[in-house]
Each structure stands twice: as structure tokens, then as C-alpha cells.
Design a protein around this ligand. Structure first.
Ligand code: XMP
Ligand code: MG
Length: 178
């Protein structure tokens, strides 16, 4: 794996595909144990998590559903500030064991705002599984139940993650060269 250039930035290899897939397999096995007999509903957050969700769901051998949503953020009124809404959540999550699949938790702002909205719909349980977490960047608290990799506070791309829309199709994860 060599350094790649995208627009004005250079990225160096960070997590090889085999390691990513190994961690995802372990996570799948853990979920198979933890959710046996529970028919969980996985909710993957697009766009970044599409590859993680697909590879993880292949490792899930118990009965389970998956759906995909997009989060849109709006500038609300002065009192509501910035508002996040889910697009495409057409499955009733009431009384369901829900697992959110997210590509990366950075500041934590997105899930910190979005999880309470889901809790309002009274799922039986609500857990979070992420491929990547940048603990040094996280300022908005999020309870992360399952995490494949804790990474340093550097921009990453590949394996679903993008830089200005590009790089999602790279099979490995690259890190911004500084
Ligand atoms: P917060 O800060 O709300 O951010 O936890 C989560 C979202 O920010 C994007 N993000 C990244 N995307 N490389 C990316 O390609 C990164 O290093 C990165 N850090 C944050 C991502 O969309 C994630 O869902
Ligand atoms: Mg994302």
C-alpha cells in the first residue's frame, strides 16, 4: 500500500483490509452471542457506514433486520439551535433491540443529538456499534457499546469514509499525512 493523493492532501496506509475484516468478524461473533433470540434491528447511518454495515451483517448469523438511514442537520430556530433529523427510518423501533451502526465517532455531536430522539420512540434497548472512535476528539458524550478501533485524532478515509465525497471505495483505511 503506497501513499495516495486526493485533491490537495496526501494519505498514508493505516489499517489494512485484513485487519479491518478480522475485527468486524469478531464484532459479528459478539453480536451473535449478545443478541441470540432477540431479533435485533440494525440501523446503519449512511453514507459512511455502508461498507462496515455490509461486511458486519454478513457475519451476523442470528435472525436480524437491517435498515439504512441518513441524518440531515438543519439550522433550527434560535431556541432549537442545530437540529438533526433522520431520513428513511420507516421501521417501528418500539420495543425493538436496536443497534446503531456508525462509521466513526469524532466529536460525538451527531450521535449525542440523535440517540435521545431514538430513545423517545421507546426501543427495548439501544446500543451503538462503531468501526472507528477518536477518543481524543470526543467532547459530546456518547456511550459506545461496541468499537472495532480506537484511533488517534487524525482525518481518515477509505472503507466507506470519504474526503469531499471521494475515497469511499478504497479497501483499506488511510490516514492524513501531516
Ligand atoms: P461527530 O463529530 O458528530 O462526527 O462524531 C461524525 C461524522 O463526522 C464524519 N467524520 C469523518 N469522516 N474521516 C471521514 O471521512 C474522518 O476522519 C472523520 N471524522 C468525522 C463522519 O461522517 C461521521 O459520521
Ligand atoms: Mg458518517
Amino acid at each position: 500500500m503506497a501513499t495516495i493523493k486526493l485533491f490537495d492532501k496526501s494519505f498514508e496506509p493505516y489499517l489494512p483490509e485484513a485487519l479491518i475484516l478480522e475485527k468486524i468478524k469478531e464484532l459479528g461473533q459478539l453480536l451473535n452471542q449478545d443478541y441470540a433470540g432477540k431479533k435485533p434491528l440494525f440501523i446503519a447511518i449512511l453514507n459512511g457506514s455502508f461498507m462496515f454495515a455490509a461486511d458486519l451483517f454478513k457475519e451476523v448469523t442470528i435472525e436480524a433486520e437491517i435498515c439504512f438511514i441518513k441524518l440531515a442537520s438543519y439550522k433550527g430556530t434560535k431556541s432549537t439551535g442545530h437540529v438533526i433529523t433522520a431520513i428513511g427510518l420507516d421501521t417501528d423501533i418500539t420495543d425493538r433491540d436496536v443497534v446503531i451502526l456508525e462509521d466513526i465517532i469524532d466529536t460525538g455531536k451527531t450521535l449525542n443529538e440523535f440517540l435521545p430522539q431514538l430513545r423517545n420512540q421507546h426501543p427495548k434497548s439501544l446500543k451503538v456499534a462503531v468501526l472507528l472512535h477518536k477518543p481524543d476528539a470526543t467532547v459530546f458524550p456518547v456511550d459506545i457499546d461496541y468499537c472495532c478501533f480506537s484511533i488517534p485524532n487524525k482525518f481518515v478515509l477509505g472503507y466507506g469514509l470519504d474526503y469531499d465525497g471521494f475515497g469511499r471505495n478504497i479497501r483499506e483505511i488511510y490516514q492524513l499525512q501531516e
